[in-house]
Design a protein around this ligand. Structure first.
Ligand code: ATP
Length: 198
């Protein structure tokens, strides 16, 4: 049976970069954030968003994500509402995706909120990506063209690294590309996964 490797880490730690590296070794990866964005274009989710947030977050029937983000950014009740629409849709979609990967030995399930959402309970192994805070902040500022304060604000609601690492089977240090690649090779070796691009 396919084994689920949960992959998490703080904002900007490099989860997606690590997931892509695993994919280059032939391991199927499910990137929750990317799938959630796609699902937010589906009729089922759009209808619920319209019901909850009204027409003001739409323009010509198209969801304006920035307007939705503005509403939920400083409103925990609205954020919880949005999550209660999007998270079950992702969960259901992943379940279906997993059925299509039953013949694989391993898959990677990447989620920023693996622990916070409770999804870690469904994983056979867990990897936490750890990167020094200042490097994470710099990388996110440069990737998202945002400000330090906004990054810190987004980091506020996440578990800290110590708590995540203590519940993880593996820790990948992503302070450099070399460290990241070394960490991945160690995990592939430990799990007995043949490396495709070495
Ligand atoms: P988020 O939680 O915001 O989704 P993430 O944990 O998925 O972020 P990535 O998007 O993978 O993080 O990485 C953050 C930024 O840092 C990206 O622009 C990525 O290209 C860059 N990055 C990741 N790892 C490294 C590295 N080892 N060296 C230099 N840049 C890196």
């Amino acid at each position: 049976m396919v084994k689920i490797i949960g992959l998490t880490g703080g904002i900007g730690s490099g989860k997606t970069t690590v997931a892509n590296e695993f994919a280059s070794h032939g391991i199927p990866v499910y990137i929750t954030d990317q799938e959630a964005k796609k699902l937010m274009q589906s009729d089922a989710v759009l209808n619920q968003i319209r019901e909850e947030f009204g027409e003001s977050v739409f323009e010509n029937d198209v969801l304006i994500r920035e307007r939705l983000s503005e509403i939920v950014f400083n409103n925990t009740i609205k954020l919880a509402k949005l999550n209660s629409i999007v998270h079950p849709a992702v969960k259901q979609h992943f379940k279906q995706w997993l059925l299509e990967h039953q013949k694989d030995s391993f898959i990677i399930y990447e989620s920023a909120i693996l622990f916070e959402s409770g999804s870690y309970k469904d994983c056979d192994f867990i990897i936490n990506v750890v990167t020094p805070l200042e490097i994470r902040i710099e990388r996110v500022i440069s990737r998202d063209k945002t400000t330090r304060n906004k990054v810190l604000e987004r980091m506020k609601n996440q578990w800290n690294d110590e708590d995540k690492s203590s519940k993880s089977d593996f820790i990948i240090d992503n302070s450099s590309v070399e460290a990241l690649k070394l960490g991945i090779v160690k995990i592939l070796n430990f799990l007995g996964i043949k490396q495709m691009n070495s």
